[in-house]
Design a protein around this ligand. Structure first.
Ligand code: PHE
Length: 458
C-alpha cells in the first residue's frame, strides 16, 4: 500500500504547526496560567518547552520518519515485533480518544461564538450581556451537544478526505491569517489600561504562587500544546519522505507555538485587568473576555467573525491530528479502509464527548475523583498520559535508538559536540528524569521535599 506523503517541506511544517497551535494556546494556556498565579507558572512552562518538549518533538519526528507507519507499529518497526515499547503507542491512542472528546466540546463553543459573531450579538452590547453568553451555552445540554456534533462532523469529514487534501491547501492561507490577526489584537491590547498589569502578571515570576499541582500542570501543558507525548507527531512525521532538518523544524514549531500562547495570554489578561475581572475564571476565560473587547472595538463585527473563524480553523487542524493518530493505527493494523476507520473511531470519540458536553449541565452532579468528566479527561490525558508517553518516547529515542539515531537526526551538525551532547543529554536524562520527578512530586503529599525530610509549606 502506498503511503500518503506531504507535498513538500512547507506543507509539512504548516501541518505540524496546525497540529501544535490550537485551543491549547488560545483557550487553555491563558486560563491555566490564570488559575496558577501567572509568572512562575509561565516560567516553568517555558523551561519545559525548551528542555523537554522540543527534544521530544524531535524524537517523535525521527521515529515517525524512519518507521513510516502508525505510532504503535513504529516502535516495533524500529526494534522488534512485540517490543514492550509499543505501550507508548497505546498510551498515545488512549490519550487521543480522551483529548479529542473534550477538545471537540470546546471546539463546539467556538462554533457557537462564531454564529453569535455573525449574528452581530457582540457589538454595542453591555459587557455583562456578552460575558453571560458563555454560561448559557455550557449550562444548556442541547446546545453543547449540538455544537459538539457539528465540530466532530467537520473533523471526521476532513480526516476521511485524507491529511493531504484535507488540510494542506487551507493551512497555507489560514495559518498566516491567524498569526496576523493575533498580532493586530496584540497591538490593540497594548492601548488598554490593563496591558502593563497583564505583562507583570504573566512575566514577573512570583514563586510563592507555585504549587506541586501547578508544576505538573505546566509540564503537562508543555506536552499538550506541542502535541507531543502521544504519537501525533510520530504519525505526521511518518508522512515525511526525504531527509529533513528535524531539529530546525522542531525549534521553529516550538517558537511559533509559544509566541501564539504568549500573545493570546497578554491580550486576554489585558482585558481581564482592564475590566477588573479575576484571572482565575477557569475554562470560560477566553469566551468571557475577547468578545467584550470586540464589542467595543472599531470594526469589531468583522474582527469577531474573523477571530472565531480562525480559532475554529486552528482547533480543527489540531483535532484532525488527534483523530489521525487513531485512524492511521486502525487503517494499518486492522486493514480498515480510511472512511470506515474514521467513522468508527470518530463515532466512539463523539460518544465519549457526550459525557464532556453534558458535564456542566445534565451530568454536573457526576464526579469521579472529584472531577467532572470534562476535567477528568483533560487532567488524566494532559497531566499523566502525555508526560508518561513523552518519558517513554524520550527513553526509547535516547537509549534504544541511541547515539546513532541522534547523530543521524542532527545531519550536517552531527559533528558538533555541543548539539550532539545537548540532544543526547536532553533525551536520555533531562526529559525522562524531569518528568519522573514532577510526577513523583505531585503524587507525594508534601512533594519531594517531604521525602527528603524537609517540611514544605505547599
Ligand atoms: N496541540 C494542540 C493544541 O494546543 C492540542 C493537541 C494535543 C493536538 C495533542 C494533538 C495532540 O491545541
Amino acid at each position: 500500500m502506498k503511503r500518503t506523503r506531504w507535498s513538500n517541506q512547507l506543507a509539512f511544517i504548516l501541518a505540524a504547526i496546525g497540529s501544535a497551535v490550537g485551543l491549547g494556546n488560545i483557550w487553555k494556556f491563558p486560563y491555566i496560567a490564570g488559575e496558577n498565579g501567572g509568572g512562575a507558572f509561565v516560567l516553568v512552562y517555558l523551561v519545559c518547552i525548551a528542555a523537554i518538549g522540543i527534544p521530544i518533538f524531535i524524537a517523535e519526528l525521527f521515529i515517525g520518519q524512519h518507521a513510516q507507519c502508525n505510532a504503535v507499529a513504529a516502535f516495533e518497526k524500529l526494534t522488534s515485533k512485540g517490543t514492550p515499547w509499543r505501550v507508548s503507542g497505546w498510551i498515545g491512542v488512549l490519550a487521543a480518544f480522551l483529548i479529542l472528546s473534550f477538545y471537540s466540546v470546546v471546539g463546539g463553543w467556538v462554533l457557537s461564538f462564531l454564529t453569535k459573531g455573525i449574528a452581530n450579538r457582540f457589538v454595542g452590547q453591555p459587557a455583562e450581556v456578552v460575558r453571560g453568553y458563555m454560561a448559557s451555552i455550557i449550562g444548556d445540554a442541547k446546545a453543547s451537544i449540538f455544537w459538539h456534533t457539528v465540530f466532530m462532523a467537520i473533523v471526521i469529514g476532513i480526516v476521511i478526505m485524507g491529511i493531504k487534501d484535507g488540510v494542506e491547501r487551507w493551512n497555507k492561507v489560514l495559518m498566516p491569517g491567524f498569526f496576523a490577526l493575533l498580532v493586530a489584537l496584540f497591538v490593540r491590547a497594548a492601548f488598554l489600561p490593563g496591558f502593563p498589569l497583564a505583562l507583570t502578571f504573566l512575566f514577573a515570576p512570583d514563586t510563592s504562587r507555585l504549587t506541586a499541582a501547578g508544576i505538573l500542570e505546566a509540564v503537562g501543558h508543555s506536552f499538550f500544546t506541542l502535541s507531543v507525548g502521544m504519537g501525533a507527531i510520530i504519525t505526521y512525521g511518518s508522512y515525511l519522505g526525504e531527509k529533513q532538518e528535524l531539529p530546525r523544524i522542531a525549534f521553529l514549531i516550538g517558537l511559533a507555538d509559544t509566541l501564539v500562547a504568549m500573545i493570546a495570554g497578554v491580550v486576554i489578561f489585558s482585558i481581564v485587568f482592564s475590566a477588573g475581572l479575576k484571572p482565575e475564571a477557569g475554562p470560560t476565560l477566553m469566551f468571557q473576555t475577547l468578545p467584550v473587547l470586540f464589542a467595543s472595538m472599531a470594526g469589531g463585527y468583522y474582527i469577531a467573525v474573523a477571530f472565531f473563524l480562525l480559532v475554529l480553523f486552528a482547533a480543527v487542524t489540531s483535532a484532525v491530528s488527534l483523530l489521525e493518530v487513531v485512524v492511521a493505527y486502525v487503517d494499518e493494523h486492522w486493514n480498515l479502509n480510511r472512511t470506515k476507520g474514521t467513522l468508527l473511531v470518530g463515532g466512539v470519540i463523539y460518544t465519549l464527548g457526550l459525557l464532556c458536553a453534558t458535564s456542566n449541565n445534565l451530568l454536573s452532579h457526576v464526579t469521579v475523583l472529584g472531577y467532572n468528566f470534562f476535567s477528568l479527561f483533560d487532567t488524566v490525558s494532559s497531566n499523566y498520559l502525555l508526560p508518561i508517553g513523552g518519558l517513554l518516547i524520550s527513553l526509547f529515542y535516547g537509549w534504544v535508538l541511541g547515539k546513532k539515531a541522534i547523530r543521524s537526526t542532527l545531519g550536517a551538525h552531527a559533528d558538533s559536540p555541543f548539539w550532539l551532547h545537548s540532544l543526547l543529554w536532553c533525551a536520555r536524562i533531562l526529559a525522562p528524569v524531569g518528568v519522573f520527578l514532577v510526577l513523583l512530586n505531585s503524587i507525594l503529599p508534601g512533594g519531594i521535599l517531604a521525602l527528603l525530610g524537609i517540611a514544605s509549606e505547599r
